[in-house]
Design a protein around this ligand. Structure first.
Ligand SMILES: O=C(O)CCC(=O)C(=O)O
Length: 237
C-alpha cells in the first residue's frame, strides 16, 4: 500500500491563498500523481479537465482507518442493462445521504436509495467540504475488489446532481488509474494515478464536457475504495 508522506492539515484557505494554490502545467499536474510533489494543484492549460488535486490529502493513519471501516460496510453488486442485456456492475457499490428519500439511478437499470451516513463517512464528508469549498448531500462508494473490477467511461450528469455539479473523490487502498477525455470520439485521454489518501475535485464543467473511467488493470492489485461526495437536488417540489 502507498505510504507517501503527504502534506497534511489542508484547509479551505489552501484554495484561496495565492501562494499555495498552485496552477500547474499538465506535465507538472500528472507528475504529482507519480508522487513527485505535494501541494494542491489546479491544471492550467487549454483543453485540460477542470480538476483540483490534493495528493496525500489524508494522513496515512487516517486513510488506513477509513479503509478498514469502509470495507466493513454493506456493499452490493447491482445488475446493469447494456444493449438490452443484464450483467453485474463490474464492482461493488454503496450509497449514503442526508435523506433516505435521496434516490439515485443510472443507465436506466441501477437504482439506489440513500442509507444514513455512518459517522466516519459524515466526518470525511465535512473534511472534504471544508477543503474543496463545496457542500455535498450524498456519497457514492465504489469498491474495486481487484484489477478486474472497473468503472466504464461515463459522466455523473444525472438530473438529481443538479446542473454542472462539483464532485469530490477520495481514494483508499490500491492505486488505480483514473482517466478522463472529452466526450468526442478519438479524443486524447488524461490519466492520473490515484493513491491511498488522495483527494481529487472534479470542478463544474467536468461532468458537462468530459467523461471519466477507472479501467481494468492486469497489474496485480488489492482492493480500492473510492468515495465520491456529490450534491443532491430534490426533483420533486
Ligand atoms: O473510482 C473512481 O475513482 C471514480 C468513481 C466514479 O467514476 C464515479 O463514482 O462516478
Amino acid at each position: 500500500m502507498n505510504d507517501r508522506p503527504g502534506r497534511q492539515n489542508y484547509s479551505s484557505e489552501d484554495l484561496r491563498e495565492p501562494g499555495i494554490q498552485a496552477r500547474v502545467t499538465p506535465e507538472e499536474f500528472f507528475a504529482l500523481s507519480q508522487g513527485k510533489a505535494f501541494s494542491p494543484a489546479i491544471l492550467e492549460a487549454e483543453d485540460v479537465p477542470p480538476l483540483v488535486y490534493w495528493p496525500g490529502f489524508l494522513p496515512k493513519a487516517q486513510a488506513d482507518r477509513l479503509l478498514t471501516l469502509s470495507l466493513d460496510l454493506p456493499w452490493q453488486q447491482q445488475q446493469i442493462t447494456i444493449f438490452g442485456k443484464q450483467r453485474p456492475v463490474p464492482r461493488l457499490e454503496s450509497y449514503f445521504g442526508d435523506s433516505t428519500a435521496y434516490h439515485y439511478g443510472y443507465s436506466n437499470s441501477v437504482s439506489w436509495q440513500a442509507a444514513p451516513w455512518p459517522d466516519f463517512l459524515a466526518d470525511l464528508r465535512s473534511q472534504v467540504e471544508v477543503v474543496t469549498g463545496y457542500a455535498y448531500q450524498v456519497g457514492m462508494g465504489n469498491l474495486y475488489r481487484d484489477g478486474n473490477d472497473s468503472n466504464g467511461y461515463h459522466a455523473d450528469d444525472e438530473p438529481e446532481l443538479g446542473e454542472d455539479p462539483a464532485i469530490a473523490s477520495v481514494s483508499l487502498g490500491a492505486t488505480r488509474t483514473f482517466r478522463l477525455k472529452r466526450r468526442k470520439k478519438g479524443a486524447k485521454s488524461w490519466g492520473i494515478a490515484l493513491h491511498h489518501g488522495d483527494l481529487l475535485l472534479m470542478q463544474p464543467g467536468c461532468q458537462r464536457n468530459w467523461i471519466h473511467t477507472v479501467p481494468k488493470t492486469a497489474r496485480p492489485c488489492g482492493p480500492r475504495i473510492n468515495w465520491t461526495f456529490r450534491p443532491y437536488v430534490s426533483l420533486t417540489r
